[in-house]
Ligand binder design. Sequence first.
Ligand code: HEM
Length: 473
Amino acid sequence: MCCDNCVLSQTTADANSKRVCAYTIRMRSIPTPPDAGVIDAVRFGTDTFRYLGGIQTRYDDALQIPIPTRPPLVIVTNPTLARDLLSRPDDFGRVPARETDSLIASQGLVQSEGELWEQQRSVVAPAFSGRQVAAYADTVGRRVEALAEEWADRDDDDIDLHREMTTLTVRVATEVLLGKDIGRERAVEFHEWMAVAGEELEFGIDIATPEWLPTRVSPAFREAAANIRGLAEDMIKDRRESLANGEHTGPPDMLTILIQREDDPDVEYPENQIRDEVATFLIAGHETTALSLTYTLALLSDNSDVRDAVRTEAREVIGDGPLDHDDVDRLPATQRAYNESLRLYPPAWGVFRQANHTTDLGDYDVPDGAATIVPLWSIHRDARYFESPDTFDPSRWERRGPTSVDAYFPFSTGPHACIGRSFALSGATLALARLVADFDVDVASGALDDLRLTPTLRPREGVPATVSTPDDR
Ligand code: HEM
């Protein structure tokens, strides 16, 4: 073997007949679609769903879409390569914030990197410790029971399931992280702001246009972003006042932690840092969980045998009593249904990075500046790892093998993996248990056929459903 890197145990001749290490020639270019060009890039931007459909069967590792005037777009379909990419933040960094992102927050935990990110993550980490997450279950329980009472009064009513789930999760997130329930009316407004943001942030032709071309931000988006920021600012102002005059009692929540660390000489806060952090958590803390609950209830509506199994388990474990964090581990069928929904409809459908320099990924060269996408939507539906990958089959998680586990990471992986994972998993399991135990949520068939790819996977026009009390309740 000629060097430590040489895996082929051989050398070969270059054009000048010098002996060079075979390792240097085994790096490959990432394959490009045969008809790649402007049209292909436009097709990806404007019909991303169709483009991604089955892409993992045509490109088993990755593919590269050349974009005129820009570095290419790289889509990584192999889970091992994807995990490698996501664990190397120095080589694959955050995608720079666009004007739309900056209007809401430009340096919250979801956007920051390097030292600022490390510091921010350690500041908020205590709010996500096991003990804190267990304590959050009380709030989840209270909010879900309140929703169940509302639904009981609206028997046989038509609802927009996505809106109902957003109002639930945004109220939980604001209460546990920021110490204040914003109330139903404000939560419904929040849902509307997120719908406006979703329209603006949908993948589009701009992925294939030159970077210097200005993007137009709609007045409706500016207004929604200003409302989200305004809500964050109001909550911070109230808390500063109540901390200053000693009115705020009880254990410190995330907002108190953020404000108190401002005086810590070891923590550097850039301007607007707390506002950006709160605005970030207002969104990250509820949106994906709301989507996951919506998709799970819609899938259960279509799969009554699974719904019955979840219902039987839930009634046995939680009965009529208050929801308790200790119940989470006693709800395996509910957890399996939820995991399977996160596989088929991952709310964060893709994870985005940008190559900081020319680098390698497995055997491949990745060009400097390449935008990279790890499409969880496609990886989670890969027949190499999941039998009948398009079928909703929670029982697969009873017999799951290591290969399917490797190809499943709805909360991402690596240092930027979701900080709210345990909170989301326990809160969603308890919410599902109560709602499935007490209600038939019947979702119009085909409601999940028209989804929008924004940074998250969102229903285009809501999810119409009917909620009623089962005959045996
Ligand atoms: C089903 C629910 C959820 C899903 C599917 C989800 C998914 C994800 C994914 C895929 C990432 C990685 C993004 C990346 O690497 O670029 C992420 C990051 C993050 N999530 Fe979640 N999430 C969920 C719930 C939550 C909750 C409840 C919170 C907060 C209370 C939260 C806060 C965050 C934050 C702050 C980050 C950035 C972490 C960092 O970069 O250090 N998420 N989430």
